[in-house]
Design a protein around this ligand. Sequence first.
Ligand code: GLC
Length: 721
Amino acid sequence: MTVDIESLLARMTWEQKLLQLQIVWRPSAAEREALIRRGIGSTFWPPSAGETNAAQRIAVEETELGIPLLVGLDVIHGQFTIFPTPLAQAAAFDPAVAELDARVSATEARSAGVNWTFSPMVDVTRDPRWGRVVEGFGEDPYLSSVLTVAKVAGYQGRALDTGDALAACLKHFVAYGAAEAGRDYNTTDVSDRRLRETYLETFRAGVEAGAATVMAAFNALNGIPMHANRALLTGVLKEEWGFDGVVVGDADGVAQLVNHGVVADERAAVVAAIDAGVDIVMGGSLLVDADGVAFVSPDELRVARVDDAVRRVLRLKERLGLFERPYVNASTASTSATERYRELARQAAERCTVLLTNDGALPLPQTGRVLLAGPYARSLDHLGTWVQHFASPVTESLADALATELPHVDWEVVDGCGFFDATDAAVAEAVERAAGADLVVLAVGEPSRISGEASSRADITLPDAQRRLIHALADAGARVVVVLATGRPLVVEDWIERVDATLCVWHLGSEAPAAIARTLSGRVSPGGRVPMTFPRAVGQVPIHYDHERTGRPPRTGGALLPETIAGFTGPNNTDDYYTSKFLDLPLGPRFDFGHGLAYTTFALDGFEMSRTVVSASEAEAGIDATVRVTNTGDRTGDDVVMLFVTDEVASVTQPVRRLRGFTRVTLQPGESVTVAFRIEADHLRFWADGQHRVLEPGDFTLTVSDCTTEHRLGVRLEEAA
Ligand code: GLC
């Protein structure tokens, strides 16, 4: 159905236009009805299809213009069926997992009346102190961009006006993940070059993929709060990239311009934000009061800008099919997870776990005496952050799931400690029970309440109580397998080498316990990879694999470590002393980007390129690379083969390597497969500054790696043809 937007716009008063540019953050039912009768254009989801239809009916049938509502909600990793958190999904290195979550979420949510999700969060970040790393795809712009595109495809489907599509929302524009000190909402200051290369890239990919909306970020960037950043909201997003969708402010982000100190009052904040390119204001003062009086006048705010914003909103509603079909079928609306969707959520969860270490303790034996301990033994807290109250709950604990999965094991279960508390008696009991067991499964981690928004942590270790239990069991000589549930990379340095295996399970959603149990038993082989570096200490942060060389790259570190300090005699003139390192840490992170083990082993060989000397035009046509992967072990397993590019000499400093391709393969014992990559000129380009993206001739090194084995080949790009 084509709507005559221009004639509708021509009929609208100033007040009616402003009302289309606002969504009130979680109003009460009474407030919502009053706002809709006043003519507001958007609302948060009233938590049922019936209430949504009632809201739409007021908007469509009981207001002068009859314009249907955008109905928004944070459907971040599930509506009723909850999938693994986005960071866990990134660990799968499989865009199909991200797209599946978005597809199921859109189907469940749209059927219930939601038509706009404030997802995906596509903020790249290198700082695990920031609680919101859980909502994004980690530290790498390439992986994050691939998953952004998958999410947009999953949410928006083949067209927005079908009954199972949601308008996606790329957030938070931009560089929110670069908050200084990893402290949420904090200042960000990023060079134009890094802004382009690292932080804008995922948004560009999402806009290119057709994302319908973008959300402005809370942070100030280089002195300009994003809600008033015209150069980026309009200059880059709308003009340079041609984004024709809707920019929504974050919750009270417009009003908070006053706190940033760039405007004197909320009236000026509204003017600054809408003028900069915000189209819908979320929360904050009302743009039109209960008496129908507009908060700002046409003398204060460019009418042409307001008309542009209203057009964008009306076009989105038209694309969503809301003018034609504003109502949903409440009798068939989803209200809870179905068995089928739970099965899909479990399959997704099984692809997200990462085997960090394993001395052979995993997979678990099928018989024998095993003690299960730790706060996650019985906790149901697996859904993760950003889950709405109506989501279907986890229905079994890890203890239940393990008893089902390994029925011939003689299980014992003790808490040993809580998430944040440990008594001498509880720890002693766990140690005593461990003495009678062949092995201990110790289920520990971050509860979801300390993950997500406003959850930055200065100390990213496990809580002391849990570390106390780990050390007590290790001191007693127990054989320990750690199951680590977490919203972020943690510092595990003090215990990781004292236990026999560690499986990182993030927060895996509705079917987490079953997925974890099936992985521990070996029915499923863990195949995930770390999408964000695990530092050795919070003092290493920010730390990421695609760092630049510096003028003094180190080869050794750790002179002050217990095992080396005796020999440390102070600064010396060896050629490795005055280099970029920490005296009190070994070099590098605990687990690098891409790290992950399996229950089998793999070999890479036969790395070949179609050409090793190319002209610029040949590079534009693409270079083909292949490598053979073989399962050299005795169990089926997944390997993730990644392709990295290194520009050996360039006009500006370059990362030591950049991810430019990845493929996850499942191989039977002895099976081989050839993985193919296509390297295009765009994979070799980089931003020389904030304005110029360049392709420079010279030598490049291509590395294929499954983070256990690596092979390299050189490619020379000749002068441009
Ligand atoms: C929050 C978040 C944003 C979310 C919005 C609406 O503060 O920053 O990600 O979409 O409010 O709930």
